[in-house]
Design a protein around this ligand. Sequence first.
Ligand SMILES: Cc1cc2nc3c(=O)[nH]c(=O)nc-3n(C[C@H](O)[C@H](O)[C@H](O)COP(=O)(O)O)c2cc1C
Length: 209
Amino acid sequence: MELIKNLKWRYAVKKYSEEQVSEDKVDQIVEAINLTASSCGIQPYRLFVITKPEVRQRLGEGSFNAQIHASSHLLVFAGFNNITSDYIRDYVKMMEQQRNLENGALNVLNDTLIDYFSVQTPEQNVIWSDKQAYIGLGTALIAAAELKVDATPMEGFDPKLFDEVLGLSEQGLHASVILSLGYRDEANDFLASMPKARLPINIFSVRIN
Ligand SMILES: Cc1cc2nc3c(=O)[nH]c(=O)nc-3n(C[C@H](O)[C@H](O)[C@H](O)COP(=O)(O)O)c2cc1C
């Protein structure tokens, strides 16, 4: 499988070259993320694609991750702070339209989701949204590897600063996890020539037949 080769090729880049990723490739990565599965299928996160240097400089303040500003693009996965009934209604309506169903055909789904989420606390909803955002992150890593675009997933950032700079709270969002995209600076990244470190498959994976 070509994917295994691509996954062996990728690593979490520490130092990027100046080379920019084409918008076409970024669009493909974004589309792959949008196609990612999510629990209940309601995509409870949004994706910010940031290139503006001043914004990225500011976002990277206080972080040990230079990749926040020194890469081609920065993707911010922003989870929902809450799952509202209005959001569910609008999403289910969109599903009905996209699947050419009659108005109300998905009422059972709509009501089940509203009942379920209305008894969850905001904290539970944040944890759930974050989990969905991380599934999107996984897809992004795979999509980038297939396009031979380098990427670094990062939790080393200041979520409060991201909220402030991107105005996330006003949009009912918070920064869950981030991903830089670009091309490795092979000569100056100490990790570029390191073999991958992973558990032997028989330790990592247990088969119960
Ligand atoms: C959710 C997540 C958060 C991470 N945060 C950081 C980070 O803040 N800075 C960094 O340089 N690498 C970060 N990494 C990269 C990991 O250290 C790296 O994926 C791991 O060591 C395995 O190495 P590889 O991805 O190069 O194969 C993160 C990875 C994940 C999945």
